[in-house]
Ligand binder design. Structure first.
Ligand code: HSE
Length: 310
């Protein structure tokens, strides 16, 4: 696409798993094969127009829409009199816990940046997209936005100023359970304790450091030992029906570890190979098929790529 001026682009923005068990608000990874789609058109009319091409009935007023708020933030940094029209087809269900709002916000700003000859850095794009995330969840956490833009696994060492580090990883398979219930991120954040005990902090930062070391050394045992959360999961797991049973059985089936994806209700487990990921999917399905809650499962891998263009 070099040289030629383009005024519209179609982007695919991946689903993401935030927190990665022990890294509340600081760790996340992008998923292969689960995307939102957006057609973004640059116009000479100022402002943002949102056209929903799905049945989710999301607000179209730009300041109340994740895509709109992210693009309005980006437009503030653009001196020209321009705007964007976005046709949004959401495939990642809002409120699913696999980064639906982040996909909208990140996809929009990455696409818009492409139409502006990539004048902004990835970090700037994260800042803009965070304004969209805030509309959805009331908080500017970057642990879905960053992997959605950078791809792979990302560590948010600092949110302000932003310091994002890409973490290499060995091949990992991801089994996702998405119960068809809604957990609002704002509610799931509200119930968290505002203070933690030093003894819990010590366990938690040991696990975060262990997980990063395990990923970087391709040490599956260390990854598995480190996928433990003594701070957030004990509080939030009550929001997810049969969480303990799903987790116990997935671990017995050979998963390295796993837990709540972002603020839920989705749950994820990491496995060393596809066969184990499928066994985990089966045990999860066996638990959920008898409890009267609709659900979907997916088996995928960590995507090395973030938002992409088609
Ligand atoms: N880190 C955020 C949370 C992710 O757990 O509240 C929400 O998607």
């Amino acid at each position: 696409m070099s040289g030629k001026k383009i005024n519209e682009i179609t982007v695919l923005a991946p689903a993401t798993v935030a927190n990665v068990v022990c890294g509340f608000d600081i760790l996340g990874f992008a998923l292969d094969g689960l995307f939102d789609k957006m057609l973004i058109r640059k116009t000479s009319k100022k402002g943002v127009t949102i056209i929903n091409k799905d049945d989710y009935n999301l607000p179209t007023q730009p300041s109340k829409n994740v895509i709109g708020a992210a693009l309005l933030a980006l437009l503030k940094a653009v001196p020209e009199e321009i705007g964007f029209i976005v046709e949004s087809t959401k495939i990642i269900k809002p409120g699913s816990g696999i980064g639906s709002s982040a996909a909208s916000a990140a996809g929009a700003v990455v696409g818009a940046n492409h139409l502006l000859n990539n004048r902004f850095t990835k970090e700037q794009l994260v800042e803009f997209a965070l304004c969209g995330e805030e509309v959805a969840s009331g908080s500017k956490h970057a642990d879905n936005i960053a992997p959605c833009i950078y791809g792979g696994i990302t560590l948010i060492r600092s949110a302000s100023p932003l310091d994002i580090i890409q973490i290499p990883s060995p091949k990992l398979y991801v089994t996702i359970l998405h119960p068809q219930i809604e957990v609002k991120t704002s509610d799931a954040r509200e119930i968290l304790k505002k203070q933690i005990l030093l003894k819990d902090a010590i366990i938690q930062w040991g696990n975060i450091a262990g997980l990063i070391a395990g990923l970087m050394k391709s040490d599956y045992d260390l990854i598995g030992r480190s996928l433990m959360d003594v701070i957030v999961e004990p509080v939030r797991s009550i929001l997810i029906p049969h969480f303990d049973e799903v987790k116990t059985k997935s671990m017995a089936a050979g998963a390295l570890g796993g837990g709540i994806s972002g603020s839920g209700p989705s749950v994820f487990f990491l496995s060393k190979n596809e066969k184990t990921a499928k066994t985990v999917e089966k045990v999860i399905t066996d638990v959920y098929k008898n409890i009267g809650i609709n659900f979907h499962t997916h088996i995928t891998t960590i995507s090395k790529q973030g938002v992409k263009f088609i």
